[in-house]
Design a binder for this molecule. Structure first.
Ligand SMILES: Nc1ncnc2c1ncn2[C@@H]1O[C@H](COP(=O)(O)OP(=O)(O)OP(=O)(O)O)[C@@H](O)[C@H]1O
Ligand SMILES: [Mg+2]
Length: 500
């Protein structure tokens, strides 16, 4: 085969790539050492940009000043990082990881993929989705489609467990984000009924709690004061790194004993699983509360749910399944391929969108879309279309001029987290996607001329906007300041070389 379509799960911590081989078997592309994921970490060196576990290993020795990780949390924001006198956006850093995945695939199979489905968190809004597509372009992909991570996991689960009909809750807890989706499955049709989640809830938060426990134990064992501990940044960094490892060990064991060097002296401590579970009780409850909210906003009750499918590395924490079972005691819960479910689902979807169209995915709008309006002298966001509305769609709103001969229509378009049915949102709770000053054609009459604002939201969640006035249709460019023009993508491509 000379034209592979692949699925890539670009994670906060780990990235995976899946593909269908010539015989139609679903496979995960592996490293030479057999590992199925590549850490989403980069070390910039004179030799090149090292991506993956080698970057982490080398940074442990050389230090972390030219090392980046966790940039998925900044996708679509203005954040940049300057390393070795070049400045990188989160999009460009993601492109390096994608480039590494594509190069590894080429080394294994002799072909560089040009088409891919990339999985993204369900609550990604427009800027994050745009940034992800651009990262794919910079990495050299020509055709890119997006799929929400829980939907991808759902597709893979249904394929591998031959599940054909019913409502599934997909519970995906990764290193940086939590996503929960309620998906109606009917043969090869996947309709998202509800999405919930948080971009700032993931493994790192559990690590922090465990790091606090470990630090307290070390303070006691070493006999230092809290002040001394606060000042010892090397010790705190070491504890933070250890916490993740200890947490992963606690999944299979009841207690872990470990030693850390503090000021050159070995200090031994023991953590029991129970202590970790007590400290993270609130976090665990937050997850199940969001899960039940998602179920309710899908209009479903416990008896309507066929199964809960847990995926994502962090869902393996031993307490997690207990919390899910307590929240929905009569529903069967499965843990499904924590590290590879999303990439596999993305690959199955890639095969469908780029060739035979055997799967139907019905996505929903991830954020509520609104326009700033003046209401009784106060400025608020008037929500036009609510999150969880099925995509694609073309919502409209009609505005009327405030004065005769008004020259322009000023519009500010916002994304909000407003629940369906909440028509107004305070300005501070919205994210401004774009501001427009649109010249108005023809004769404008106060309160009479209709200015029809029409959106077209595609299945990827990307938006186009048109204003119709006096028979003219004006297309408004929704790409925001952070999205890149073809020339800028060319520029970034030049930085995406020397990937090791
Ligand atoms: N055995 C284990 N027990 C508990 N947690 C684990 C285990 N193995 C890995 N993890 C945790 O899983 C997390 C990484 O999960 P995963 O690879 O699914 O995240 P990701 O896909 O990169 O992130 P995201 O989906 O949030 O962008 C890390 O926080 C890691 O500590
Ligand atoms: Mg993930």
């Amino acid at each position: 085969m000379d034209d592979y379509c692949v699925g890539i799960d670009l994670g906060t911590v780990n990235t995976a790539l899946a593909y269908l081989d010539g015989k139609g078997n679903l496979e995960i592309d592996k490293s030479q050492d057999g590992s199925v994921t590549v850490p989403s970490s980069i070390l910039f060196t004179d030799m090149g940009k090292i991506v993956g576990s080698k970057a982490e290993a080398q940074a442990r020795i050389e230090g972390y000043s030219n090392f980046v990780s966790g940039f998925k949390r900044q996708m679509g924001t203005k954040y940049t990082r300057t390393v070795m006198s070049s400045t990188y956006t989160p999009t460009e850093m993601s492109a390096l990881v994608l480039r590494k995945m594509l190069m590894r695939f080429e080394a294994n199979h002799g072909v560089m993929p040009t088409k891919a489905v990339l999985s993204v968190p369900g609550d990604y809004g427009v800027p994050e989705r745009q940034a992800t597509i651009q990262a794919g372009r910079i990495a050299g992909l020509e055709a890119i489609e997006l799929i929400n991570e829980p939907t991808a996991a759902c597709i893979a689960y249904c394929k591998e467990s031959r599940f054909r009909e019913g409502n599934l809750i997909i519970f995906d807890l990764g290193g940086g984000t939590f996503d929960v989706a309620v998906i109606k499955v009917s043969d090869n049709r996947f309709s998202v009924l509800a999405n919930e989640g948080s971009r700032n809830l993931g493994g790192k938060d559990w690590d922090l709690h465990l790091a606090n426990i470990i630090q307290r134990k070390i303070i006691d064992a070493y006999g230092m004061t809290q002040k001394e501990a606060d000042r010892n940044s090397k010790m705190r960094k070491d504890i933070a790194v250890e916490a993740r490892r200890v947490k992963e060990l606690l999944t299979a064991r009841n207690r872990v004993t470990d030693t850390i060097n503090v000021n050159g002296m070995p200090v031994t401590y023991t953590v029991r699983r129970e202590e970790f579970e007590d400290a993270t009780h609130e976090l665990n409850l937050r997850l199940t509360t969001m899960m039940l909210n998602a179920m309710r906003s899908a209009g479903l009750r416990e008896r309507d749910i066929s199964r809960v499918v847990m995926t994502g590395g962090e869902s393996q924490i031993s307490a997690m399944m207990r919390y899910v079972d307590d929240a929905l005691p009569t529903v069967r819960t499965d843990i499904f391929e924590p590290f590879t479910s999303m990439a596999k689902g993305a690959a199955l979807y890639a095969d469908s969108v780029f060739s035979d169209g055997n799967l139907v995915v019905e996505p929903v709008l991830s954020k509520t879309l609104g326009i700033k309006a003046g209401v009784d002298g106060n400025e608020t966001i008037y929500n036009i279309v609510f999150r969880s509305t099925p995509l694609p769609m073309t919502p409209e709103a009609v505005f009327r001029p405030k004065r005769d001969d008004q020259k322009t229509l000023e519009l500010e378009i916002y994304e909000t987290k407003a629940n369906p049915g909440t028509y107004y949102t305070g300005l501070p709770y919205g994210f401004m996607l774009k501001r427009f000053e649109i010249p108005l054609p023809g004769k404008i009459l106060r309160g009479r001329t209709k200015m029809n604002v029409r959106f077209a939201v595609d299945p990827n969640g990307l938006i186009q906007m048109f204003v119709e006035c006096n028979g003219h249709v004006i297309e408004c460019d929704m790409s925001n300041g952070m999205s890149m023009l073809p020339a800028q993508i060319m520029q970034s491509k030049k930085k995406a070389v020397n990937v090791i």
